[in-house]
Design a protein around this ligand. Structure first.
Ligand code: GLA
Length: 727
């Protein structure tokens, strides 16, 4: 059991291989003592400083607020005198907001329970142990169950919260964050990921200052702009040294990720559903389950944090049977044809691709209704037989005859005002009565929180998937939510819409996973706006970005791979000049960068230059050769173009350390320059490794502690793969 309770000291200790998370009860308050490097069992309750005047709660009721405003709370609440950011806020029938929680009971057990209606990490009794602590506010008859899981072989603690109304009256929850971490500020910086369309997930550090700092989304999805992740890092943290306290939210909607430094240089980090326009009416006897937060601590820099997240997500989050399998190399026609395609064109792309070893054709946007451009027809999920005579049956059978699989694009959550669906059901769009909802890409969002709308959407998805041999689905979502209003909700429950919307997305994806278990699902949102652990639970891969330029992708994939396994990052080779930036890069480099993700093509192969086409079979062979390693190996970030503005370099090492693949991308060529020395990681120091291309033999310790020479390449945007095998 990795969780123990010390009856005498009222102390809970959750241990992972290298970390401890310790909390305890004092005067019936649940306080946080330590998260970080592993400690032997002992009394660390002094860390809460309750013995330091004037804060002692039981001895100094005269100054209870001093205690409430400085004690390290495990789950702080609002309205009673903790003036820092708190996790729980309510509104009673009488209009009051105070909640005060006291310890009631706990239970410790093996394994990890599912979270009702929500994606979450999973693990068996061999993998993990769980702790549930019930806190209660007796005045409100409100119970708060804090749920913790400690993984036995991974340095991971997960947390979530369930709020139960045991009273006779409904109560309104106006804020329910999922986790809080109170610590002393030891000169930490805050690491977050931010971006934009085509520039997702760039890393940003800022030194913590007094007050609030952080990030969040109120866009109804995780967003291109911000990511539900925050990490406190010790000064000058690197890939290999320094402390990191990371929090990641397993959720796909509005979030708040915030750190606050207070008057006593304590830092409180919180993560959860953004309270913006959030009110949940909790009826008597019912409960509200908040989503999960994953906590990872590393005392050996960012790299160790990264590899912990990768292992956790690969083995304990992605449910798809595809998670450990090589995915078919696909060719997607989006950048190749946009809306201008028909059966004939698709089949000529498929035929050209099949000859070169590509294994699946994915038909993107434009195959349904009157969808000749992006101004119309979302919701009309009926095949456009003008474009596809003979329908999907004919097209897919022809593609299959070429020896290829077939995949399709859908955007099930959306509705175009110019669609038969909208003409029949204008009220199905999310909107505020009397106000014309704002358009984005000329589309509106379907109110899938309504049962009839959800069933319609599900019916269309089923119909399409059942109509032919479709083995892959790209599920897109191309606008953010605004003008929040549902005709199905009452004035006092309209504030539930954002969260209900996310639950409805999960419900649809859950149905997909259970009804089509072998379907390869790729989530997408205008590129990478819904790249989050919530979606990863349902789909083993997510489209990383609409920016397929190999150089832009360096930073996008670096930020994404900071947390997510390479096997989850949708990455394709596209044509040049690149459609997002107009940059021309070598075909080889585009291939090397895409190999660090799911790998595929996004171009019209019939229009590709002969020289580029000739390179495809070799790229395909590289994919088959290295994908097992890329999918299952450990990832090391050796150099960052985002930081050094010159070159990028990452390394993948097999779990046993015997094989390694180094990818080097030299962004700008340098005249009159010698080779660069780079120190590898994760190898076996005593072993000899042969470099495949040159046959040179190096010892592991030399490669790691002295370095490998990366030759200065001729030209810009050049890249190289270096493959090392133990002798
Ligand atoms: C989004 C996706 C693209 C493509 C288009 C189709 O932008 O990210 O890959 O599918 O939609 O409209």
């Amino acid at each position: 059991m990795s969780i123990r309770f010390d009856e005498e000291k009222h102390l809970f200790q959750l241990d992972t291989p290298n970390t401890s998370y310790i909390l305890g009860v004092q005067d019936s308050y649940l306080l946080h003592y330590h998260y970080g490097k592993k400690l032997l069992p002992g009394d660390v309750s002094y860390l809460a400083r309750t013995n330091e005047p004037p804060y002692t709660p039981e001895r100094n009721l005269r100054d209870k607020l001093s205690f409430l405003d400085s004690a390290p709370f495990e789950y702080p609440t609002g309205g009673i005198g903790d003036f820092r950011e708190h996790c729980l806020e309510v509104r009673t029938q009488q209009g009051h907001n105070g909640v005060e929680l006291h310890y009631k009971s706990h239970r410790i057990f093996g394994g990890k329970p599912k979270l009702e209606g929500l994606p979450a990490t999973f693990g068996s009794e061999q993998d993990c142990d769980s702790l549930e602590i019930t806190l209660t506010d007796s005045l409100l008859s409100l119970e708060v169950v804090l749920q913790y899981t400690a993984f036995r072989k991974l340095d991971v603690i997960t947390r979530s919260v369930r709020v139960v109304n045991r009273g006779a009256q409904p109560i309104y929850l106006t804020k329910v964050l999922s986790a809080c971490l109170d610590m002393d500020n030891e000169d930490y910086s805050l690491l977050t990921l931010h971006g934009s369309w085509a520039r997702e997930r760039r890393m940003q550090y800022r030194k913590l200052g007094y007050g609030f700092q952080g990030t969040g989304s109120i866009r109804g999805e995780t967003s291109h702009q911000e990511h539900p992740f925050l990490a406190l890092t010790s000064p000058n943290v690197t890939q290999t040294a320094g402390e990191v306290y990371a929090m990641h939210f397993v959720y796909s909607g509005n979030f708040q990720a915030q750190a606050e430094v207070n008057q006593f240089d304590q830092v409180r980090s919180v993560l959860g559903i953004n309270p913006y326009h959030f009110t949940w009416k909790l009826e008597s006897g019912s409960s509200f389950q908040a989503p999960e937060v994953v906590l990872v601590y590393s005392d050996a820099g960012l790299g160790q944090m990264t590899r912990t997240f990768h292992r956790l997500y690969r083995n304990h989050l992605i449910r798809s049977p595809w998670r450990n399998k090589k995915r078919p190399i696909l060719i997607n026609n989006w950048e190749g044809t946009y809306f201008d395609f028909n059966t004939e064109k698709l089949l000529s792309i498929a035929a050209g691709a099949a000859e070169l070893g590509i294994e699946m054709l994915v038909m993107d946007d434009g195959w349904f209704g009157n969808r000749f451009d992006d101004n119309r027809a979302l919701g009309d999920w009926f095949v456009n037989e003008e474009k596809l005579p003979g329908g999907l049956q004919y097209l897919v059978s022809q593609v299959n005859q070429l020896g290829m699989k077939f995949g399709i694009w859908m955007e099930p959550e959306m509705i175009s005002p110019d669609s038969d669906l909208y003409r029949a059901h204008p009220d199905w769009a999310i909107q505020i009565p009397g106000r014309t909802p704002g358009l984005a890409r000329n589309q509106l969002v379907l109110d899938i929180t309504r049962e009839e709308v959800l069933e319609y959407v599900w019916g269309r998805i089923r119909c399409i998937l059942d109509s032919a041999n479709i083995e892959y689905l790209k599920w897109d979502m191309n606008r953010q939510l605004s003008d929040l209003g549902s005709l199905c909700l009452n004035p006092d429950t309209q504030g539930e819409l954002y969260h209900r919307y996310v639950l409805a997305v999960y419900e649809l994806q859950e149905r997909l996973c259970s009804n089509y278990p072998n379907l390869l699902l790729e989530n997408c949102s205008g590129g990478g706006a819904r790249f989050d652990p919530g979606m990863l639970y349902y789909s083993p891969q997510i489209w990383c970005s609409d920016d397929t330029d190999a150089i832009e992708r360096l930073s996008i994939q670096e930020g994404t791979a900071l947390i997510y396994p390479l096997s989850t990052m949708g990455a394709h080779v596209s044509d040049c000049p690149n459609h997002a930036v107009g940059r021309v890069t070598p075909f080889e480099t585009r291939g090397h960068v895409a190999l660090a993700g799911t790998f595929g093509y996004e171009l019209d192969i019939t229009k590709l230059s002969q020289a580029d086409r000739e390179m495809i079979p070799a790229q395909v062979a590289l994919y088959h050769r290295f994908n097992d390693l890329v999918r299952s190996g450990d990832y090391y970030r050796l150099a960052s173009y985002h930081e050094n503005h010159q070159f990028d370099c990452w390394q993948i090492v097999s779990e046993n350390g015997d094989e390694s693949l180094v990818t080097f991308v030299q962004v700008l060529g340098r005249p009159n320059y010698h080779s660069r020395r780079i120190k590898l990681q994760g190898l076996r120091p005593e072993k000899l490794y042969r470099e495949e291309e040159t046959g040179a033999v190096y010892r592991g310790d030399a490669l790691m502690y002295a370095g490998l020479m990366l030759e200065n390449l001729w030209g810009d945007f050049r890249s190289k793969l270096i493959h090392l095998m133990v002798l």
